[in-house]
Design a protein around this ligand. Structure first.
Ligand SMILES: NC(=O)c1ccc[n+]([C@@H]2O[C@H](COP(=O)([O-])OP(=O)(O)OC[C@H]3O[C@@H](n4cnc5c(N)ncnc54)[C@H](O)[C@@H]3O)[C@@H](O)[C@H]2O)c1
Length: 349
């Protein structure tokens, strides 16, 4: 399955299949002098005997988020330069969203920009590998240093997902359900029915592909997030604050944020669009830590939301709500009102 972007120029494709990794990479490498592999160390450890056996001397990146520190980024650039990286070289980044963000940013900077391919290895990275956002973290916050820099291609070999721990499956599924909610009611109903008793990766594959298509539609039309790309932040305003406070994986926090967004959508539109107890039970049953919503402190959440680079207005916070599944809306909510909504959610559980 191949899905392509639809820009005026600089298009790339996302190939989704099983077991095609080596052949697909080879299809790109012909025109380059050298290929530099940047690989999440955990992924390399788990797959070096089989899927990654054809790769010699990779540059290993720290596992997950550790690869997004300034120090790790410095090491990456200096190692590429020490290896004699040239302008006609290709960088192949293999790992989850963190490796993709840091490796993509390294590709954008080294020698003022080299071509790179992302090989996503997590469920969540069906989302993060598309759209060209790259970044590392600062002591002042997550993803504060980065660039929009499109890959030359994305090769999503779903065989990698076989080694994901349950917590990373739950995290990635958060973005799958988000994309379904941005698509339509029918997709949500189908996905909920299929996963009510647990997430079977093979069975949700069509929804992962449909999620990629949904994300593509938004980024094709608004790459720099000045308009409709903001809808992809459904669940992320409170989600980021929860992720920071409770140190839980990104997509798990997003699910908590999505539940809050459904609640706030009902409040703003002043009727019960969404059956909150139905979605609460669905998420709770799958193992998402919904109890966090009973613990959160509205003041603290508002303070964290205000530090988010997407929310620097002092009086209001930008929020994505849904008029129905498939119809998102971006609104500004007075912070005092948002604090009240957060307290309402807490008391309603
Ligand atoms: N650029 C974007 O548009 C975008 C969008 C969403 C999220 N992100 C970023 O993505 C990051 C989160 O990405 P993620 O959820 O993929 O997590 P991750 O990359 O941090 O990986 C999570 C953990 O899983 C391990 N792992 C990766 N692949 C594995 C595999 N196949 N088997 C076993 N373990 C594996 C990693 O070593 C790590 O320990 C965050 O930094 C977030 O900011 C970026």
């Amino acid at each position: 399955m191949k899905i392509s972007t639809d820009y005026n120029s600089g298009n790339y494709s996302i190939e989704v299949a099983r077991g095609m990794l080596k052949d697909s990479i080879t299809a790109y490498t012909g025109g380059y002098s050298q290929v530099h592999y940047l690989i999440d160390e955990k992924v390399f450890e788990l797959h070096k005997g089989r899927m990654l056996a054809f790769i010699d001397h990779p540059i290993l990146m720290g596992s997950g988020e550790t690869s997004k520190s300034f120090e790790a980024f410095h090491y990456l650039l200096e190692t590429l330069l020490a290896k004699g990286v040239k302008r006609n070289d290709l960088i192949v980044v293999i790992g989850g969203g963190a490796a993709g963000d840091a490796g993509g940013f390294a590709a954008s900077c080294v020698l003022r920009g080299l071509d790179y391919i992302h090989v996503p290895t997590t469920l969540l990275a069906h989302d993060s590998s598309i759209g060209g956002k790259t970044a590392i973290n600062s002591k002042h916050g997550k993803n504060l240093i980065g660039a929009f820099y499109r890959p030359a291609g994305v090769i999503y070999d779903l065989e990698f997902l076989n080694t994901l721990p349950d917590s990373e499956i739950l995290s990635g599924f958060g973005e799958v359900i988000k994309h379904a909610m941005l698509k339509n009611q029918e997709t949500v109903d189908h996905l909920v029915a299929l996963t009510r008793n647990g997430i079977d990766l093979r069975r949700i594959e069509p929804f992962v592909i449909s999620g990629i298509e949904t994300k593509m539609q938004y980024v094709n039309r608004d790459e720099n997030e000045s308009d409709i790309r903001k809808y992809l932040n459904l669940g992320h305003t409170l989600g980021h604050a929860v992720e920071y406070k409770y140190k839980i994986p990104h997509g798990i926090a997003v699910v908590i944020g999505i539940y809050a967004a459904l609640h706030i959508s009902n409040q703003v539109e002043q009727y019960e669009i969404f059956d909150l107890s139905y979605y609460y039970c669905f998420f709770d049953n799958l193992g998402y830590p919904m109890d966090i919503l009973k613990d959160i402190d509205a003041e603290e959440m508002l303070s964290l939301i205000s530090k988010d680079k997407k929310n620097q207005n002092t009086q209001t916070a930008g929020y994505v709500i849904l008029k129905e599944f498939g119809e998102a809306k971006f609104i500004e909510i007075e912070k005092e009102t948002l604090g009240k909504y957060i307290n309402d959610i807490k008391e309603s559980i």
